[in-house]
Design a protein around this ligand. Structure first.
Ligand SMILES: O=C(O)CCC(=O)C(=O)O
Ligand SMILES: [Fe+2]
Length: 199
């Protein structure tokens, strides 16, 4: 059957689905959203608990969404700020593909290649089983790595470019960890939004 939206290939070989849409937003939309988000989001560098110690995250973050949906991860309890017009516009756009109504968005700002996001799964209880996580990227391209949680030598990787959209669903968060590694080559910022459903 012919459809006007091409179904992208699954980046994962089994036990999960990660669909990548490299040019989901136009260059113009991406430039507009990137500037708006840099300016209007309450970016903060937050400490997290790691092996019982508080350490600063190697990036800036923020949580936005519906007020009754706090989110706990890495020993932090985050209370969301209210949706902005910019965030709702992006949310509406991705919900046409993701087919779910997101309650929240966790935002990351990587100032340059020294900022990163270590190996983890997004498997907190309040996300439920088989969470749908919709990830949008603006700014510098960064490599995004997957590795199988039990068989860490099984890896996949993708370069998340400006204006791209990555949709993770199914069993992905049970079986696959992901990270954004540091990169000596990256000198400019990247903004990432991960839309989530918090139950
Ligand atoms: O920056 C990214 O692409 C990944 C972000 C991420 O994994 C997260 O916020 O849970
Ligand atoms: Fe994640």
């Amino acid at each position: 059957m012919l459809t006007n939206v091409e179904q992208p290939l699954n980046l994962l070989p089994y036990q999960g689905e990660a669909f990548y849409y490299p040019s989901f937003f136009t260059e113009q939309e991406s430039a507009y959203y990137s500037a708006a988000l840099q300016q209007e989001i309450a970016w903060k560098q937050e400490p997290i608990r790691m092996f019982g110690k508080l350490v600063m995250q190697p990036r800036l973050t923020a949580l936005y969404g519906y007020a009754d949906k706090p989110y706990q991860y890495a020993g932090l309890k985050l209370h969301p700020l209210p949706w902005t017009g910019t965030l709702l516009a992006i949310k509406n756009h991705i919900e046409t593909i993701a087919q779910v109504s997101f309650t929240s968005v966790l935002l990351n700002l990587y100032r340059d290649g020294k900022d990163s996001n270590g190996w983890h799964r997004d498997n907190e209880k309040e996300l439920g089983t088989n969470p749908v996580i919709a990830s949008v990227s603006f700014g510098s391209s960064r490599n995004f790595h997957f590795r199988h949680h039990q068989h860490k030598e099984v890896k996949r990787s993708v370069e998340l470019v400006n204006g791209s959209f990555l949709l993770m669903q199914g069993e992905t968060q049970h079986y696959w960890e992901h990270q954004i590694p540091k990169s000596a080559k990256v000198t400019k910022l990247r903004i990432n939004l991960t839309f989530r459903v918090i139950h």
